[in-house]
Design a protein around this ligand. Structure first.
Ligand code: COA
Length: 314
């Protein structure tokens, strides 16, 4: 087995592995990974995707890639074929990650590295991160079965209105996100939440790139103060499979919390998706974000997996 630079390969070499990965994401997370896979293959063919491939007898059986976002490096993915059956799969995963982490930490101008490994059980590949001084945050992957679940909207504060998401909401939404995550554990995990420009980048990623599913404007909503007419909360959903939605963002300004706005936003998305025949809604939440976890549990979301987010801040 050897570990080689991913840029030595083309989409023809990597495609079978990504087909395996697409099958794993479908069964493990009910997530159609094919859009992300196609994007990865395009970047591989353009020789611009930094990362490493694990090779055995000329065949790629594992890979990990990363991206640079200004002075930050983000671990994009890690996958080893037959990870559950291959006796040394864990060792290969750790070797790939060790290469990725070393490369990122030694890249000039990189002061921060983030990783969220949704398809890997918490703790399973933590060692190379912890050895290199990363902080670890456990996160939950939660799902709500929309078939047979009747969600009744909560009684909402009379001053707040929930309405459809529109294109004009992006700019104010970035301000709401920045304010909602000030001092929040998720702002330690994702530093885009620290600034308006970062929150706009976050929104742009969600809406324009298929990494987190295809943005679904119909099940995305805004909460507005009826009198002041300003945006005070939002929920954004994506379609991660034909009949599966995923909440990519939900937040409410601190001064409007505890009045049922969060629950009403969740109810609006849930009812819209149910009406359109979706079977499931998923989301991820940091375990330490106890209020949000309690809200989702109350709405009948089940915790399906626990995974890790890692952060290294130079
Ligand atoms: C999570 C979040 C969206 C919840 O929004 P919210 O508007 O406060 O949610 P709700 O008001 O519907 O529910 C929150 C609590 O208020 C209570 N509540 C709801 N309506 C109420 C009312 N009319 N009067 C008093 N309390 C009420 C709920 O019972 C709930 O109690 P809990 O603490 O036991 O769960 C909000 O806290 C937030 O923006 N947090 C920061 C961003 C974040 O963490 N997002 C989730 C990332 S996964």
């Amino acid at each position: 087995m050897e570990i080689l630079d991913l840029r030595h390969f083309s989409s023809v070499d990597l495609r079978p592995l990504l087909e395996d990965e697409t099958r794993v994401w479908a069964s493990m997370l009910s997530w159609d990974y094919s859009g992300s896979a196609e994007m990865i293959l395009r970047y591989v063919d353009a020789k611009i995707l930094p990362g490493y491939a694990a090779i055995d007898r000329g065949r790629i059986f594992g890979y990990s890639f990363f991206v640079y976002e200004g002075s930050k490096g983000v671990v994009g993915d890690l996958f080893v074929a037959n990870g559950d059956r291959l006796p040394n799969a864990r060792e290969v995963e750790i070797k790939l990650l060790t290469h990725v982490i070393e490369t990122l930490q030694q890249s000039p101008g990189i002061h921060r590295v983030e990783a969220q490994l949704l398809a890997h059980q918490a703790g399973s590949v933590a060692r190379p991160f912890l050895d290199q001084g990363f902080q670890r945050h456990q996160r939950l992957f939660m799902v709500l079965n929309l078939r047979g679940s009747v969600s009744k909207p909560p009684v909402l504060h009379p001053e707040v209105e929930i309405r459809r998401w529109t294109e004009a909401d992006y700019q104010p939404a970035a301000a709401v996100i920045t304010a909602a995550y000030r001092g929040h554990v998720d702002a330690q995990i994702n530093d885009q939440y620290h600034t308006l420009a970062g929150s706009l980048r976050f929104l742009n990623n969600i809406v324009r790139f298929p990494g987190c599913g295809l943005f679904d404007i119909e099940s995305s909503y805004a909460a507005v103060d009826r009198r002041a007419k300003n945006l005070i909360g939002l929920i954004l959903c994506s379609r991660v499979r034909g009949d599966v939605g995923h909440v990519t963002q939900v937040c409410v300004l601190p001064e409007y919390r505890g009045r049922g706005v969060g629950e009403s936003l969740m109810a609006a998305s849930t009812m819209n998706l149910t009406k359109r025949g979706f079977s499931m809604l998923s989301l991820t939440v940091t375990e330490a974000n106890a209020g949000a976890v309690a809200l989702y549990r109350r709405l009948n979301f089940d915790s399906k997996r626990v995974f890790d987010a890692f952060v290294w801040a130079g």
